[in-house]
Design a protein. Structure first.
Length: 326
């Protein structure tokens, strides 16, 4: 009994702290929210991040009882918006929506005014971006193994187009090269459609983008998917393996809602419940299906644990390929 006493005391202390955190949040504002909530989106109006959070927010308003205003603050891969939210008052009225890369990639690539490990309160994740590695259908490579074999014999000759330096799909390809001990060349473009046109036009050997960009050309027989760069296989190409199956590795690319640090736990829990319920809304589901984004729920605490477990590993990876800002 004596040897278990410290653990029992620690558990009781944790429960007491949790109780007072929730009680404190309720005591400060028992009827939260009593005014509109603003959600800051770091990407432009009309994009899938913007459309998805607007659809989810509209559905959540019904249970929340207050309007949710989505405001766009674009630039620096979502960093400008996240900096704004992290500096906001933690009263539950300024939230943000972002993708996992602003937590585990961007802080290593460029200087940011926030510490993602400290300055964020995750509410929940509601979706997950899907990406894939494709070549032209008439290319000589029939599998990832074929590409790796070619790259071993021809260092740096094989190249891949993508929609931006530091994106999940870019870093996933760099990780594979590092893991396999090969060299290939990345060719960044300003957008996914431009990257796709490059491979279709024969300017690059391959492209790494999401279904919205590449699936139409897979269906017409112009592109061939060699690897899904996520945990699950694509429903449209169930025979194609995933990076997780091959390497037990996958960079998470969730769309998540968050607030600044020290946000009352009672408010966080309430928002998580309401946004989770809103995910059942037909309009929200249709919006994500149209954008070919996977609906995927993770509670705030589980989501935080998931991305934080990869933070240091991503820093080492980015440093090894020369993307860490000195």
């Amino acid at each position: 009994m004596k040897k278990h006493l410290p653990k029992l005391i620690a558990v009781h202390i944790y429960l007491i702290i949790a109780f007072f955190q929730i009680h404190d949040g309720l005591a400060k504002e028992p009827n939260y929210p009593i005014r509109p909530i603003t959600v800051i989106c770091g990407w432009g109006a009309g994009g899938m991040m913007d459309l998805s959070i607007r659809a989810l927010s509209k559905a959540a308003e019904k249970e929340l009882g207050q309007p949710i205003i989505v405001e766009n603050k674009t630039g620096a891969g979502g960093v400008i918006a996240q900096s704004y939210v992290c500096k906001s008052k933690p009263d539950g009225y300024t939230l943000g929506v972002t993708v996992t890369s602003t937590y585990i990639l961007q802080p290593h690539i460029r200087k940011v005014s926030y510490d993602p490990l400290v300055d964020v309160t995750d509410i929940m994740a509601y979706a997950r971006y899907v990406t894939g590695f494709c070549v032209r259908a008439d290319a000589p490579w029939k599998s990832l193994e074929d590409v790796i074999s070619f790259s071993r014999k021809n260092p740096s000759k094989f190249n891949f187009a993508h929609g931006g330096v530091g994106t999940t799909q870019h870093i996933s390809m760099e990780w594979i090269a590092l893991k396999e001990g090969i060299k290939w060349t990345q060719v960044p473009f300003k957008s996914g459609p431009e990257a796709v046109m490059a491979v279709l036009g024969g300017h690059t050997y391959s492209v790494t983008q999401g279904p919205a960009d590449v699936l139409p050309y897979i269906k017409t027989g112009e592109l061939k998917l060699l690897l899904a760069l996520n945990e699950n296989r694509w429903p449209e190409a169930p025979e194609v393996p995933t990076i997780f199956e091959k390497y037990k590795f996958c960079i998470p690319s969730y769309l998540g809602i968050y607030g600044p640090k020290e946000m009352p736990e009672a408010q966080r829990q309430k928002l998580e419940t309401i946004f989770r319920n809103a995910m059942k809304d037909r309009s929200f589901i249709d919006t994500l299906n149209q954008g070919q984004i996977e609906i995927a729920y993770l509670g705030g605490k589980d989501y935080a644990k998931k991305w934080k477990s990869q933070y240091q590993e991503m820093g080492k990876l980015l440093n090894s390929i020369g993307l860490v800002e000195k």
